[in-house]
Design a protein around this ligand. Sequence first.
Ligand SMILES: Cc1ncc(C[n+]2csc(CCOP(=O)(O)OP(=O)(O)O)c2C)c(N)n1
Ligand code: SF4
Length: 288
Amino acid sequence: MTLTGKEFSTKKMPTWCPGCGDFGIWAALKKALVELGYQGNDVAFVYGIGCHGNMYDTMKVNNFEGLHGRPLPVACGIRLANHQLPVFAISGDGDALGEGGNHFIHAARRNFNITYLIHDNQIYALTTGQTSPTTALGLKTKSNPGGSLDYPFNPLTLALAAGATFVARGFAGDIDHLCELIKAAHQHKGFSVLDILQPCVTFNPHSSYTFYREHIYKLTDEYQTNDKIAAFTKTLEWEMTGKIPIGIFYQEQKPTYEDEVEQIKNTPLIELGLSEAIQIENLMADFI
Ligand SMILES: Cc1ncc(C[n+]2csc(CCOP(=O)(O)OP(=O)(O)O)c2C)c(N)n1
Ligand code: SF4
């Protein structure tokens, strides 16, 4: 494997712990950007707060680091302001599914054209190891020293139920495969969810590279990605059998939210003059 994408690196070195799965995601993402033919100014990235969000310092693209749990509202806003600008949103599992869970559901059902990468290390890592929505039942964490009492939920099943039009799972320890998934997710027109199994070597020994390598298998071409019922079943395979499929679970074509907004159908909002974008006189007439 050749690592590419130096043109997307800033001069700052990542602050992640040695061995962190975020390195694999970072490498796969830069490789994907090169292979998609982008330059840094062609794309916008939005991050939540967490170890995943620290990627902000290292990526030479249009960057915005929002609040914890809130990258999606910013990403949706960017798409509405300029739907010609491709947008990637970067979250952790806590960010996407805990504090940001509400945004996740509604961005999915509206089908915004956003590539959503969830660094799923099954822990709140930046805050040093508390239980997150995907933490395994019984895992001892800083917030549950006696073992987590919360049943974890499944980001892929939720994404399907909420209406995401592209649903996939990748592994930070397989950079080439992850790169292909990132490209496929990005080339999909609509809300693309890519849940990435990301070992946190410091705070989650349960979800290690070894554990994943022993349990993961790749979906093959025989698996049909257009059958939603089959996709639901496939997303449940891990909890039912212990085997962990990675690849594209589901994909469908639907109009995006941006496609349906009358005012920006032909021209992005940022290119409309104020008088074209807002007809304030007509609005004011209602009050006079
Ligand atoms: C609005 C808000 N709530 C909570 C926090 C505290 N906080 C910062 S990072 C974090 C957890 C991050 O976990 P996750 O999103 O899974 O990302 P990771 O660090 O694992 O990549 C929390 C709770 C915050 N900074 N802002
Ligand atoms: S704490 Fe975990 S997720 Fe954060 S940088 Fe270290 S290994 Fe990575």
